[in-house]
Design a binder for this molecule. Structure first.
Ligand SMILES: *Cc1c(COP(=O)(O)O)cnc(C)c1O
Length: 390
């Protein structure tokens, strides 16, 4: 009679704890800011936010009454009656920004990937996925029912072999992050687009961390490398540098028509709150008007990355605003993160399953709003922990 069918959960949670893999939710009070957040009532310099350009912080104070006139709830899925003029405007501005014919708004980047991939490939098809792709891409691949060919991180030779091996699949889709979210490194989009062209495969690139940050116009890595027009399916999110929430896919008019008919996370989910679309529209204007923000952000990150290397930390050498310090052991990553926290700095430890076993890391997200003083504080704190790691 007293049997608890959920008792296994306690055992599993204990097991996570002993392996240093249990996550404890922390609660932030007040708005999120790069320079300071309050987590569990402790003030911390925030090196853990995706608000790279400071727009989330600015949108908290800069908004107009008209943004809220349509209310918060969209009332229905887009095809029923939820698609408002604000959504329409945002989609057309996203298409303009991405220089594509059309764009489609999803309720999150996660929903964009899990909806888009199964709409493009199915059981008689093959999808080729970098082993370090974001979880939402992995889940989209699984949901699609297509044969999943995972290639080693950035390994073009293996990808070419796999494409060859699956040459009889009805359709083939190559999918990759552009700026990888954990290591802060970059996908070889020029070579990937060549491979896609040679093999006749579709190419899908998720620019979640790069939208607003990379490229002369802030359009992402594909723009920076000059291959934006060769990417069939461009994914981005409004929740990182754009400071709002929601995900999008940009591409040809026919692609967007197809997705609006067939992407289940689009068709069967209520349209996102209109004020979020209004906020994203404003952020897109700022991205156009304020190139100096992304330039300053990347310069600051490059300098910090170099200084960390000089201290002897193992940092990846890539030009992005995400700096990963390779630590390896999850317990050690937690220990470093907690020492930094005692010194007033919020730098998250990234552990499995977000990264593979043995590849735990400290992840530093730089924002335009960080001042030199805060980076110096971080450098000094890390120098004091240096002896913990060889
Ligand atoms: C954050 C992220 C997503 C998810 O976007 P949300 O809008 O937060 O759901 C998707 N893909 C990548 C590569 C990301 O980094």
């Amino acid at each position: 009679m007293n049997h608890d069918p959920l008792a296994w959960i306690d055992d599993e949670l204990t097991s996570l704890k002993t392996r240093q893999l249990r996550r404890q939710l922390t609660t932030r009070s007040g708005a999120q800011r790069a320079q300071q957040v309050h987590i569990d009532d402790q003030p911390l310099v925030n090196f853990s936010s995706n608000d790279y350009l400071g727009y989330a912080a600015e949108l908290a104070t800069f908004h107009q009454q008209s943004w809220f006139e349509d209310g918060w709830g969209s009332g229905a899925s887009p095809a029923i009656s939820g698609h408002s003029e604000l959504h329409e405007q945002l989609e057309s501005q996203l298409a303009r920004f991405e220089r594509t014919e059309a764009a489609l708004l999803f309720s999150s980047g996660y929903a964009a990937n899990t909806g888009c991939i199964p709409a493009l490939v199915g059981p008689t098809d093959a999808v080729f996925s970098d082993e370090k792709n974001h979880a939402s891409i992995i889940d989209g691949c699984r949901l699609s029912g297509a044969e999943i060919a995972v290639y080693r991180h950035l390994d073009l030779d293996q990808l070419a072999e796999l494409l060859e091996q699956h040459s009889t699949a009805r359709r083939r889709l190559i999918v990759t992050d552009s700026l990888f979210s954990m290591d802060g490194d970059l996908a070889p989009l020029v070579q990937l687009s060549q491979l896609a062209q040679q093999s006749g495969a579709m190419l899908m690139v998720d620019e979640a961390h790069a939208t607003g940050v990379l490229g002369p116009g802030g359009r992402g890595l594909a723009e920076e490398l000059g291959v934006a027009d060769q990417i069939d399916v461009r994914v981005g999110t409004l929740s990182k540098a754009l400071g709002s929430a929601g995900g999008f896919v940009a591409g040809s008019a026919q692609l967007i028509q197809w997705l609006s008919n067939r992407a289940r996370s689009y068709v069967f989910s209520t349209a996102p709150p209109p004020p979020l679309a209004a906020a994203a529209l404003q952020a897109l204007r700022w991205v156009d008007e304020q190139p100096e923000r992304r330039q300053q952000l990347l310069a600051q990150a490059a300098q910090l990355r170099q200084q960390l290397g000089q201290q002897g930390w193992q940092v990846c050498d890539h030009a992005s605003q995400l700096i990963a310090i390779r630590v390896g052991d999850p317990g050690l990553a937690l220990q470093l993160s907690s020492q930094l926290r005692q010194q007033g700095l919020l730098v998250p430890a990234i552990r499995p399953p977000t990264v593979p076993e043995g590849q735990s890391l400290l992840r530093i997200s730089i924002s335009y709003n960080h001042q030199a003083a805060e980076c110096d504080q971080l450098l000094a704190a890390l120098a004091s922990c240096r002896s913990l790691v060889q």
